[in-house]
Design a protein around this ligand. Structure first.
Ligand code: PDD
Length: 276
């Protein structure tokens, strides 16, 4: 891999950071993942704006334009100009003697790299998800590199051959370890409101807007854990997950062979947006 690190693009073996980097010591940083499909980044501005907002929230002084300036060269040297790919960007607070509070006058560490990845036109997988009580923090709206809770939750799913762990908090379904969740009942689509208990997924927002343009009623209302079995359909959304039909959630099965009609309609609408 070629890696952008603090202003330069270098081979990954030469992309070195300090062991005292606060990203390494504290997970004191943010990240972003976006997909390049057919020569364009899918909802690029939305991803960059989320990163800008996060940086402001945690008071890291970094200009996202620095990433933007270097993306074309990164794609060129990575031989990805004419391939679909994913881009990972990370900014940490930089290297400083270990103290919890923010150090003064320390330059942030900025890194990005891209790798070939073509997402299926319509996600063919039908996910199994398990359910767990939230054990992360209360700022899930910050796309923090402190992902231990998400990593543990996803490993727990993986150990049961499931794709995701879906969290609930105070009896309310929130999101999953690396995706957002939607439900459908009587033709109405439901998803948790964008607050501090979920990441404001870009794919989630795309689906919210898609419902509007396709005339599918949508409510940004959370679903209670006790209502999971009363729902007709459920699906997950995320940059790499796209729209993935949920076959089972915990002990409840939503469908035996093919996803429900609203999930399929949204998957088709989503494909139109990608190839537009
Ligand atoms: N997942 N919730 C969490 C906790 C996430 O980590 C992610 C992103 C999402 C979906 O966000 P978006 O639609 O903006 O990707 C929700 C990583 C980036 C992924 O699966 O690619």
């Amino acid at each position: 891999h070629k890696v952008f690190l603090n202003g330069k693009i270098v081979p990954s073996a030469d992309a070195n950071i300090s062991v005292f980097d606060r990203g390494f010591i504290f997970g004191d940083g943010l990240y972003e993942v976006m997909a390049r499909i057919g020569g364009n980044y899918f909802y690029r501005e939305a991803h960059l704006n989320r990163l800008r907002r996060g940086l402001k929230e945690i008071a890291i002084d970094f200009d996202v334009a620095v990433f933007e300036e270097h993306i074309p060269e990164l794609l060129r040297v990575s031989d990805l100009e004419d391939k679909d790919s994913l881009l990972y960007m990370q900014v940490s607070r930089g290297a400083a003697p270990r103290q919890h509070s923010f150090p003064a006058n320390v330059p942030p560490t900025a890194m990005m790299y891209a790798w070939e990845k073509s997402l299926p036109e319509i996600e063919p997988r039908h996910a199994h998800a398990v359910i767990k009580e939230e054990f992360r923090w209360s700022r899930c709206d910050i796309k923090s590199t402190s992902l231990l809770g998400n990593v543990m939750a996803n490993q727990w799913a993986s150990s049961q051959d499931a794709y995701e762990t879906v969290f609930y908090r105070d009896g309310i379904v929130t999101e999953a370890s690396h995706s957002n969740i939607f439900f459908v009942r009587d033709g109405v689509v439901y998803t948790h409101p964008a607050n501090n208990h979920i990441l404001w997924g870009i794919t989630r927002q795309v689906v919210v807007e898609l419902c509007e343009t396709m005339g599918i009623p949508l409510k940004e209302e959370a679903i209670a854990l006790s209502q999971i079995t009363a729902m007709d359909e459920a699906f997950l959304t995320g940059t790499s997950t796209q729209i993935m039909a949920l076959k089972t959630l915990g002990n409840h099965e939503y469908f035996a062979s093919e996803p429900g009609p609203v999930t399929r309609k949204l998957q088709e609408g989503f494909l139109e947006l990608k190839i537009r």
